[in-house]
Design a protein around this ligand. Sequence first.
Ligand SMILES: CC(C)(COP(=O)(O)OP(=O)(O)OC[C@H]1O[C@@H](n2cnc3c(N)ncnc32)[C@H](O)[C@@H]1OP(=O)(O)O)[C@@H](O)C(=O)NCCC(=O)NCCS
Length: 187
Amino acid sequence: METLSIAEGAFLRPYTQSDAPALTAVVAANREHLARWLPWAAAYGHVDSIDYIARKEAQIEADDGFEGAIVLDGRIVGAAGFHRVDWINRTTSIGYWLAAEAQGRGLMSATVRALLDHAFGNWDLHRVIIEVVVDNARSRAIPERLGFSEEGTLREAKLIRGGYEDAVLYAMLASEWPAPREATGSE
Ligand SMILES: CC(C)(COP(=O)(O)OP(=O)(O)OC[C@H]1O[C@@H](n2cnc3c(N)ncnc32)[C@H](O)[C@@H]1OP(=O)(O)O)[C@@H](O)C(=O)NCCC(=O)NCCS
C-alpha cells in the first residue's frame, strides 16, 4: 500500500505495529461516537489493535486491498480502506471512521475520493460499494456527496447493539468516475 495524500497535513497510510497504542487510544476516546454505528468499537482494546494491524498487514501481503490510518498533523484521527477485493468481478467495498474532533472539514470525503481514484485508476476495478445504516445521515452524506448511486435497501443487514438495522447500498462504477468536483471541494 502506498501512502495516499488526502489534504494539506493529512494522509492515509498503512499501519505498523507501533501504531497499536495510538489506535487503541483514539478508539477509546471516541467509543460512544463510534460504537453507535460500528459495534466492534464498544469493547475494543489494545489486543484488538495488535490483532487488527496484523490482519491488515496480511491483507496487503495477500493482495486483497488495504485499510490504513488517517493521519492529520502527525496524529491518527481515523481509518479508511477496502474490506477486501473481489478480483474476479473487479469489485470492492469501502469502510471508514473518524474521531469526533476530526469531523466537519471534509477529510473523509477527500479520503474516499482518493480511494476511488486508486481503485479505478491503479487497480482498474469496475465497481465500488459502500453500505451505510439507514439512520447514519453523516455517513450517507459521503457517497451522496461523491455522486454514488443509491441502489437499494439491505434489510436488517447490520447487527448494532443487539438489533438488526437496515442499510443503504451505494455504488460507483468506473464509467461514472471521476464524479464532478464540488465547488468548495479541496484535495
Ligand atoms: C461518517 C463520518 C466519517 C463522517 O464524517 P464527516 O466529518 O461528516 O465527513 P467529512 O470528513 O467528509 O466532512 C464532511 C463535513 O465537512 C464539511 N466540509 C468542510 N469542508 C469540506 C470539503 N472541502 N469537502 C467536503 N466537506 C467539507 C461538510 O460540509 C460536512 O459537514 P456537515 O455535515 O456539517 O455538512 C464520521 O461521522 C464518523 O466516523 N462517524 C462514526 C463512524 C461511522 O459512522 N462510520 C461509517 C460507518 S458506514
